[in-house]
Design a protein around this ligand. Structure first.
Ligand code: HEM
Length: 467
């Protein structure tokens, strides 16, 4: 059959048997994929030990396949490292099928656009707490950003209100964040390519991530058990606050196995997905925003002028002000996606998808079971969509009659099709209100060293699910 099919997508020369294994780097994969795209086109074929891999480097190819043909392209590959950590069954890592659909539905019920408007008051509150804490202690920035994003997710999932930096939930989320950040590039560590390595002794080359994953299993388990136990206890005492777990566990306690009542493992899987998907992504996006502003103070001045003009001095920004602050919007979109420097990446290769059936796209054969990498970073560098994509330029999104370049907001930040990030409305609002509140009240600048000179931060990223 294959002989009659069109050829595979273009591909660089490969080694016998192991294919492109030696070529694929363990970090900064997005630039490797992007450069392949420049050489071979926006759909590139790679294989590792006979396992097919397709890299998509353009928005068009990603939309054509992952969105328009989403019933074929919404599976996930196996993630042995995350399974070893105990992240199964969590929607992010589930194969396409009934359990995936159940958990997705659960999440969509809580995180859809309309529902998310109800969370604006506590997102706004947390943004103001963040600003207050930052003013008091700017050096604690990383911890405070993490507290901000954790507080929102924890409140939504379990109803718990974080009121101090010593809160147990913060420690728990930090521990879990560290496990995800140290887990290597999702879907492409040595153990992902050679799953049998996970059973090899720890001194064996390539087993590092498997050993690490096993050592943090209890941290991941605790993240699921602790909020569950706490909410069950509160339900018994009648003190549970409204939250995802409160309503789901209440239904389960009252009518286990009933129609529309979800299984405990799915409730905990969806809750776990919100913790892992929601905390570090938001705080690392905020870190990137700080970095962008430190390096581009002129953008801060422009956004502050807009805020002062539109909102004035007498009150703080609200999410309802968003449409009246177009430059603020452009600044946020630019800091989320397009950077002037190759190292400044918040969005890289997303989470890989997998195809379920053989397919033909633009006269290229895409074999069933291909791991599909949507190279989000590569897409934001597409020169046919963005002029000077490496330049940090929020004005690119403003309409031409307002002095901008009229380029479109990126649609790639939150992924594609049936796997698109279910937390995108929540994240989007958290980021906007935090950024706007910060710029309305503070000025972000470089630290001054003991020698009286400004310190330009060193830009270093860790590869993981968030960078
Ligand atoms: C700046 C913040 C965020 C960014 C940039 C982001 C980005 C992404 C991306 C790129 C994906 C993969 C999509 C794909 O496979 O095509 C994803 C998946 C996911 N995100 Fe987010 N996300 C953010 C915040 C959140 C929040 C706040 C939550 C929940 C509260 C969340 C929950 C999830 C879940 C559960 C998945 C897995 C979906 C699935 O496999 O079906 N994310 N996110």
């Amino acid at each position: 059959k294959r002989r009659r099919d069109p050829p595979l997508p273009p591909s660089p020369p490969a080694d016998p048997i192991i294919g492109h294994l030696r070529m694929i780097p363990q970090s900064d994969q997005e630039m490797f994929f992007y450069n392949l795209g420049k050489q071979y086109g926006d759909v590139v074929y790679l294989h590792v030990l006979g396992k097919p891999m397709i890299v998509l480097n353009s928005v068009k190819a990603a939309v054509d396949l992952l969105e328009k043909r989403s019933s074929n392209y919404s599976d996930r590959p196996d993630f042995p490292i995350f399974e070893l950590m105990g992240w199964d069954p969590t929607v992010t890592f589930l194969h396409y099928g009934k359990q995936f659909q159940t958990q997705r539905k659960l999440l969509q019920g809580y995180l859809n656009k309309n529902e998310c408007v109800n969370y604006h008051p506590f997102q706004t509150r947390e943004a103001r707490v963040l600003v207050q804490n930052l003013i008091a202690n700017p050096e604690a920035r990383d911890g405070l950003l993490s507290r901000f994003s954790t507080a929102i997710v924890i409140r939504l999932v379990s109803g718990h209100q974080i009121t101090s930096d010593d809160d147990y939930y913060i420690r728990m989320a930090e521990e879990v964040g560290a496990t995800a950040a140290n887990s290597g590039p999702p879907g492409s560590t040595a153990v992902d390519f050679f799953p049998f390595l996970k059973n090899f002794p720890s001194w064996f080359p390539g087993t590092y991530y498997a050993r690490y994953a096993r050592s943090v299993r209890k941290v991941v388990r605790n993240l699921h058990d602790y909020p569950h136990d706490a909410v069950q206890e509160q339900l018994k005492k009648g003190t549970a606050r409204p939250s995802f777990l409160t309503s789901q566990l209440e239904m389960l306690n009252n009518n286990p196995g009933g129609k529309g009542v979800n299984k405990l493992e799915d409730i905990l899987g969806a809750a776990g997905a919100m913790y892992i998907g929601g905390a570090d992504t938001t705080s690392s996006s905020m870190s990137i925003f700080f970095l962008a502003i430190v390096i581009h103070p002129e953008c801060q001045v422009k956004a502050q002028e807009e805020i002062d003009r539109v909102i004035g001095q007498g009150r703080l920004p609200e999410l309802t002000d968003r449409d009246s602050l177009p430059y603020m919007e452009c600044l946020m979109q630019e800091s989320l996606s397009i950077f002037f420097n190759l190292l400044l990446l918040t969005q890289t290769i997303g989470v890989p998808h997998r195809s379920l059936e053989d397919d033909i796209y633009n006269d290229m054969f895409i074999p069933k079971g291909s791991v599909i990498i949507a190279n989000i970073r590569g897409m934001t560098l597409d020169e046919s969509m963005y002029s000077n994509p490496l330049e940090f330029n929020p004005d690119r999104f403003l309409p031409k009659d307002q002095g901008g370049l009229g380029e479109p907001f990126p649609i790639t930040t939150f992924g594609f099709g049936r796997r698109v990030c279910p937390g995108k409305y929540l994240a989007d609002a958290s980021l906007w209100i935090a950024m706007a509140s910060l710029l309305a009240t503070t000025t972000i600048s470089k630290v001054i060293g003991n020698d009286g000179k400004e310190i330009t931060p060193e830009v270093v990223f860790i590869s993981g699910i968030a960078r």
